[in-house]
Design a protein. Structure first.
Length: 384
């Protein structure tokens, strides 16, 4: 097929959409499709104009209003229309990532959406102030929801990253079940650079690893509190934090490695070393539509501890590949982390089980195959 993939940011780079766009592009091309990409993000004067029209003295509210407000949506939609016009007559189908713009002027070219969240799921993080909807007033939320609904309903299909998200589209947006398909996700890593897991439990300082740029949303402060409790029982324990661009609050045993770029060889080496030096990976998010970094930890052979919500239980099998714990429960989190650090053979068995599960169920090649099958059904000559 001849495909046009449209997203905010350059999908040819790993820093777009947490690397998901790049993974999709590479594997759809690897499956034999002719695919071109278009970046509809706003730059220069158009960016400043949209931001000015959505100004708020609260910086976080301003950022959300800029990204989800109508001026930015219309400007991105115009950029999408230009990208579609440039490929008219050469494209069989359009793949759009997210719903922050409309594929305007597409005529009879079908389009599908690939999504890792929607405005309705964002409500689940409002209580903790860690999702976009926490900074929206009700009329603003309602307007965005109506707009997203129209984008979803006009699509030939909505492809989701998880079963959890698929249910949200069906239940919250009243989309027909047959038009919403879970295609899954894989790790945003070059797996050829990921070493085989250790054959035996590791030795050395008992270590917990956290990886995530958005420290508060991904439960960083909660992890610090849980680790303080772990450290009270295991004074030699260590917590390594990767991702936040600025140092989080520190404490005994806490190390911050900064925001490591997987595309830079020396920084990738340091990140791979952090995975290899860890006994357990932890992501106790307060709001997490998916959490691909969990898959990456699984490929490194680490047992994972994460929140028992959203799509996380689709990755972590509680008691088999790690543990899931209630959201915002420092005591439960400390108990699971402490138990794994104290029983390295069990942690090692869980990590190996997680690696097997990741290899069997989570690969971008499998995602590309499922996407290809659904895209084929959207072509005019194919039965719907």
């Amino acid at each position: 097929m001849n495909l046009l993939l449209i997203t905010e940011g350059d999908a040819e780079r790993w820093d777009s959409w947490s690397g998901i766009g790049k993974s999709v592009v590479d594997h759809l091309r690897g499956a034999g499709h002719d695919l071109v990409t278009a970046d509809v993000d706003l730059y220069g004067a158009s960016r400043w104009l949209a931001a000015a029209r959505m100004f708020s003295p609260n910086r976080k509210r301003w950022g959300v209003r800029y990204h989800l407000g109508d001026p930015g949506y219309r400007a991105r939609s115009r950029r999408a229309a230009k990208a579609i016009a440039a490929q008219r007559g050469r494209v069989d189908c359009i793949i759009q990532i997210g719903a922050t713009f409309d594929p305007s002027g597409r005529g009879d070219i079908p389009y599908v959406l690939f999504c890792d969240s929607n405005i309705q799921t964002s409500l689940e993080g409002t209580k903790y102030g860690v999702s976009d909807t926490a900074w929206l007033r009700q009329p603003e939320f309602d307007a965005i929801r109506r707009r997203e609904t129209q984008v979803y309903r006009k699509a030939c299909a909505v492809l989701t990253i998880s079963d959890y998200l698929r249910r949200s589209f069906i239940e919250s947006f009243d989309l027909p079940e047959e038009r919403v398909c879970t295609v899954g996700a894989g790790p945003n890593l070059d797996l050829s650079r990921v070493p085989e897991p250790r054959a035996t439990p590791r030795e050395g300082v008992p270590t917990v690893l956290f990886v995530g740029k958005q420290f508060e949303r991904k439960g960083g402060p909660l992890l610090l509190e849980a680790f303080r409790r772990v450290r009270a029982r295991r004074p030699d324990a260590r917590l390594v934090i990767v991702g936040p661009p600025t140092p989080p609050p520190s404490g005994p045993g806490v190390e911050w490695l900064g925001n490591l770029d997987k595309n830079k060889p020396e920084e990738w080496s340091r990140m791979a070393e952090a995975y290899r030096e860890a006994d357990v990976f932890c992501l106790p998010s307060l709001f997490e539509p998916f959490g691909i970094v969990i898959l990456e930890a699984m490929f490194f052979g680490l047992p994972c501890v994460g929140t028992c919500a959203w799509a996380i239980p689709e990755m972590i099998v509680d008691g088999e590949t790690g543990y899931t714990v209630p959201r915002d429960d420092a005591a439960a989190l400390a108990d699971r982390l402490g138990g794994l650090l104290a029983d390295r053979p069990r942690a090692h068995r869980m990590g190996l089980a997680g690696r097997r599960r990741a290899e069997q169920r989570f690969s971008w090649a499998a995602v590309a195959a499922r996407m290809s099958e659904r895209l084929q059904q959207c072509l005019p000559s194919s039965p719907r």
